[in-house]
Ligand binder design. Structure first.
Ligand code: ADP
Ligand code: MG
Length: 472
């Protein structure tokens, strides 16, 4: 892609980000790549079928208009699914990657794991593709992910028949903070040595696998196969949708856990916030070890950048990134691991194409669109409840209780109002988090407080002060 196209694409992404908001952007568009622009049509790619259909049904107009703002002649957007890395395909037959990833040979130890003969179980289940680079060896440990890493290691090193320490292991974090990396590391390591079978599935794959199996009448075999594995690893659980699939997921989860098999799950939010999932599933998920990975600290970002440079140097010996540039990148690219990786790839591409060493000036130019103004903090319902309870001198359990005395009713309404205005949670979800109330109760509270703040200056000052405390 030419620099001009690259710039234009960055601007289109910037427009999309500001038009849909950061949360929506990072959920649906963070992994969208530009493949080509030809005459009037733009070709984009995403890694999964699910993302493709979601973007097409919900955001195609938005995407088109953001393009038209940059390039008025565009009148058509095509979205395709990038071809995945298949762990059962020998490296040399892998399709060329849009992002250059698959060109890199796998480390020798992993090649044999990747090519492990597929058993009938894996055939029936069709695990999701694994990226050979996502191993424990390449995972950098820092303050924000120590616990998640230790738990994942523990799972990976378990042997068949060992007592399971925590089940399921549930890892959650924002996008690009290393969940998939850890889960795939568990899968590679788990399948490396012993007789154990570790199966990695995205939630989408679980859904499609199940639906496909139902269609071909092999659902019994599919279920049997699923229950015959030692460790089931499910990524991006927030995408699990549909009643039948959920019921099946619930059965599978129960069957595996009851049989002492390990389940590992990753999602972009804690179990209680998986709104589309049934209460029983959520509580089962919360019943093991739930670990959050915090945003990457500066040290960790520096560590990841260093390891990326080392990896790149294995194939491009002349490539080097001076320490001040690494420090600059670690300080300025704060958002996620994907952007750090992107930054190194760009520096590599730029220095190869122009045959120039990496300098600070060049880095500043190449990565400017990856640097964002600091992000608003993600506010949690628990924080709202805690801070509101403190302000009004009631307990958090008062807020969740069914007590209807005035000294709890008003704070409760304020807390619900803040939950609706400061988080992306739905009314039913908020109701549930406030002691299992109906969504109409939440709606009533929101309207009530909305009405009052315009008239009652004391209340409106209180609300403003609460907002400030929450945003600090
Ligand atoms: P998530 O699944 O949480 O969205 P990924 O696992 O896909 O995030 O990570 C995004 C990118 O950042 C990947 O290239 C990954 O290798 C890298 N990354 C994130 N955390 C780490 C880490 N601790 N060490 C090394 N690389 C990391
Ligand atoms: Mg992921």
């Amino acid at each position: 892609m030419s620099n001009m196209e690259q710039d234009r694409w960055s601007r289109v992404k910037g427009r999309l980000r500001s038009s849909v908001g950061e949360d929506v952007y990072s959920s649906w568009f963070a992994r969208m790549d530009l493949e080509s622009v030809q005459d009037e049509s733009v070709h984009l790619s995403v890694p999964t079928r699910f993302l493709k259909s979601w973007i097409q049904t919900h955001y195609s107009d938005k995407v088109l208009s953001c393009w038209q703002a940059e390039l008025p002649e565009v009148n058509r957007i095509d979205v395709t699914v990038r071809s995945p890395v298949r762990c059962s395909t020998p490296a040399k037959e892998m399709p060329a990657a849009a992002d250059g990833r698959r060109d890199e040979p796998r480390p020798a130890t992993e090649r044999s794991n990747g090519a492990a003969p597929a058993t009938s179980n894996h055939d029936a289940l069709g695990g999701s593709p694994l990226d050979p680079r996502l191993t424990f060896a390449s995972f950098v440990v820092g303050r924000s992910n120590t616990l998640a890493h230790a738990a994942a290691k523990q799972v990976a090193e378990g042997r068949r028949g060992d007592p399971v320490m925590f089940n399921p292991l549930y890892i959650h974090s924002g996008v690009g903070l290393g969940k998939t990396h850890l889960l795939q590391a568990v899968t590679w390591a788990g399948n490396a040595g012993t007789e154990r079978k570790v199966l990695y599935l995205t939630a989408e794959k679980f859904m499609y696998g199940f639906v496909a199996a139902l269609k071909t009448q092999t659902s019994l075999a599919f279920k049997e196969a699923l229950r015959g594995i030692d460790v089931l690893v499910i990524d991006d659980l927030q995408f699990l949708q549909g009643k039948t699939t959920q019921a099946e997921f619930c059965h599978t989860l129960n069957a595996l856990i009851d049989a002492g098999r390990q389940v590992v799950v990753a999602a972009d939010r804690p179990p209680a916030d998986l709104e589309s999932l049934d209460e029983r599933v959520r509580s089962r998920l919360a019943g093991g070890l739930v670990v959050e990975m915090a945003p990457l600290g500066e040290d960790l970002r520096l560590g990841i950048l260093r390891s990326r440079v080392v990896a790149a140097r294995a194939h491009h010996a002349s490539f080097d990134v001076p320490q001040p540039v690494l420090e600059y990148l670690a300080r300025s690219i704060t958002h996620n691991g994907r952007d750090l990786e992107g930054a190194i790839n760009r520096l590599l591409a730029h220095s190869k194409l122009n045959n120039q060493p990496v300098t600070l000036e060049m880095a500043e130019h190449e990565v400017r669109d990856l640097i964002r103004p600091s992000e608003p903090k993600r506010i949690k319902i628990e924080d709202i409840q805690r801070i509101v309870a403190r302000q009004y001198n009631v307990s958090r359990s008062d807020l969740l209780s069914s007590r209807r005395t005035a000294n709890v009713v008003r704070p409760r309404q304020v807390a619900m109002y803040l939950a609706k205005t400061l988080t992306l949670r739905s009314l039913p979800e908020i109701g549930r988090r406030f002691g299992g109330r109906d969504h109409t109760t939440v709606l009533h509270a929101v309207r009530k407080i909305e009405g009052l703040v315009s008239k009652d200056t004391t209340l409106s000052d209180e609300v403003e002060s609460l907002k400030r405390q929450l945003q600090e």
